[in-house]
Design a protein around this ligand. Sequence first.
Ligand code: 5GP
Ligand code: MN
Length: 373
Amino acid sequence: MKSAAKITNSNELINIKMQIFSKKNIDAAKADIEAAKKVVITAHLNPDGDALGSTLALYNFLKDKKECHVVYPNNIPDTFKWMPGCGDIIIWDNEQAHSILAEADLLFLLDFNTASRVDKMQKMVEESPAVKIMIDHHPNPQEGLCKHVFSDPEAAAASELVFLFCKECGYNLSIDSARCLYTGIVTDTGCFQFNCTTQRTFQVAGQLAAFGFDRSEIIHHIYDSYSEGRMRLMGYVLSQKMVVFPQYHAAYISLTKAEADQFDYRVGDTEGFVNLPLCIQDVEFSAFFMERDGLIRCSFRSKGNFKVNTIAERYFNGGGHDNAAGGKSYKPLEEIVQRFVSLLPKITRPLQPQTRRRFVRYTKSPNPNPQKP
Ligand code: 5GP
Ligand code: MN
């Protein structure tokens, strides 16, 4: 019989004896933060709840202490416009953004691992002489980009790491910062349902919950505030555009710009669509292809230990996490879809009957010592 986990005192709960948060690393980053006069915080293109949550949490902490700006490569989905500090975000199209970035002496790069993920801002971010601090949970952080790198691919969200970073630095976060971090964790874990959710994720969420904000209000903002167009677009893609391949345990959805426009498409309206086919029993790999901003955005999701980041990297000019990845292509939509379909027999081999027993496992192996995640 499995032994029961010992119930620990809440102060002992968060096990962050991780190399990345060593005293030496924290002290060095803290000294640079203290010395900085002009801070810019940025996150990846098409910011999601975690990008916004991690950046705005830090922004709400720093904004009263120094000159601090959040600069993003592109627009924010309406779903997140309620977040504290969101109204202060500067988009790269804004003329101000260039001089703000040029003058910064400290840059925070949150929720992304390579400079290419900030799109049009890439060159300036790479060439900026500012001290750069990365806090991120994507595998393989770009070498030589940042002076301080707090990277942990085991973290469910960058927001989880920003919480731990602030805790180690001894920073007292406000309730607004806590709401932001909770939003980041909720969105990147799919409300704590994905495998990336660990014991530590719950511990961090628990400490955030202790701030006493209204958690159901956050869920309401994100999941119960769809526009009619988004809801109808979802119905359309499910009934008309989803293609299922039972033999490959796979499915995809493709969407042209014209189709999206019929439903008054706004940024963020297709968020989560890639997850929908995974609700089908035995579909373990899902893809979503959409014409957007003059290119095709590709999203991939999987269940279990079928990795989609390697597929995104190898075939779709992208990357990401084991179970959630993305990429892009400048080829026509039909061509990309055709290519995807032709790759299916090969790339889904681990899901097929003859090989799947060796590969598919839904949960991580049981931890022999539940106190040591
Ligand atoms: P999404 O499908 O939500 O756009 O992205 C899922 C995951 O894949 C995110 O963690 C995101 O950071 C990563 N991702 C999305 N697009 C790209 C891309 O073009 N390049 C890389 N390296 N990662 C991506
Ligand atoms: Mn994230």
